[in-house]
Design a protein around this ligand. Structure first.
Ligand code: SF4
Length: 333
């Protein structure tokens, strides 16, 4: 019998889904993903999760709840560290435990620990531990992972070329960048900044990418920037950035500002996110110094779409007005 493994469509899904899916498929498992975030999923999450959690964590609970009863296992890795001497948000590493204690009747959770704080050596251990749910053959597990990783690397290369190949290859249906897009179609480029689950979950950000595309604006995300480049720019900070997502967000934004590659920045942040409160301040300062228009969209379960639309429209109008009338003046007053 083919085992079914559920992957909740939230949090690190937006970074690593392809790697996980290919790995489990290579081991002969059937991968079931929860649907795109919607009102019902959000309500399930709000009902199950503690009030103090941020919106992405509540949404994640809703996705896990959806998978209940439909799969043999649910994959929720405990991601502590992805790079040497760096950490992830405490909520990332507490995710499997939070879910376990908030939801009843779950199938077994595969909560493999990923902790590369000291070296990459422990990755092999994590891979083997995960693979053993499906086979005891270590060689087969490592081969399945290598194959999945190579595909994942190909996918990341495409992203760095400015193409998010989701629709064209059908791995994910989350993104809405068109692989055949014509450069001249777009009048401006705007960086959508934030944690991947805020940037790419359409329900969370209320179709921000589509809304900008419809106004002839090309959307840039930090996944389109080479890791080494983002890290190089982040290393210019007076203090070392020890959050891995922070390296990407701050380093990516600094790179795009310094190379004058963008016409504005929209930061999407979850209400109450401790990391974002630091990261967005760093980015906003840099944007101000370089006269790059910047706006912040804060989201929680009470955010209304009308208010969001007004903010976006006002930002775009300001960019247009600035083009016509202001030329070099700061937009920050
Ligand atoms: S980084 Fe912020 S948005 Fe993400 S899980 Fe942590 S608190 Fe929530």
């Amino acid at each position: 019998m083919q085992l079914k493994i559920g992957i909740p469509r939230g949090m690190f899904y937006y970074d690593y889904f392809l790697l996980w899916k290919e790995f489990f498929n290579n081991l002969g498992a059937e991968v079931i993903i929860s649907p795109r975030t919607n009102k019902a999923i959000l309500n399930r999450g709000i009902h199950a999760c503690v009030d103090e959690a941020c919106l992405p964590v509540k949404i994640f609970h809703g996705h896990v709840d959806y998978l209940k009863g439909k799969v043999d296992y649910i994959f929720i890795p405990k991601i502590i560290s992805l790079y040497k001497r760096e950490y992830c948000c405490p909520k990332h590493l507490g995710l499997p435990d939070m879910v376990r204690y908030s939801l009843d009747g779950l199938p077994e959770i595969i909560d493999t620990e990923v902790n590369l704080i000291k070296s990459n050596g422990s990755l092999k251990k994590s891979v083997l531990k995960t693979g053993r749910y499906f086979t005891n053959n270590s060689r087969k597990i490592l081969k399945a992972f290598d194959k999945a990783y190579n595909q994942f690397e190909e996918y990341r290369k495409l992203m760095r070329q400015g193409i998010i190949p989701i629709n064209s290859v059908g791995f994910l249906d989350t993104f809405h960048f068109n692989i055949t897009e014509k450069k001249e179609f777009y009048k401006r480029k705007i960086l959508i900044l934030g944690h991947s689950y805020n940037v790419y979950d359409e329900y969370t950000n209320m179709n921000l990418v589509r809304k900008l595309n419809m106004r002839n604006i090309k959307v840039i995300t930090t996944e389109m920037i080479d890791d080494e480049i983002a890290r190089h720019y982040a290393s210019k900070l007076p203090k070392r950035m020890f959050w891995t997502h922070g390296q990407r967000i701050v380093g990516g934004a600094f790179h795009l500002i310094d190379t004058k590659s963008i016409d504005g920045i929209v930061y999407v942040s979850a209400f109450g996110c401790g990391l974002d409160s630091v990261l967005m301040d760093l980015v906003e300062r840099k944007a101000r110094e370089n006269h790059v228009p910047y706006t912040l969209l804060t989201i929680d379960e009470h955010t209304g779409e009308a208010g969001m639309n007004t903010r976006i429209e006002a930002f775009i109008d300001m960019l247009e007005w600035r083009d016509k009338n202001e030329t070099n003046f700061s937009t920050h007053g």
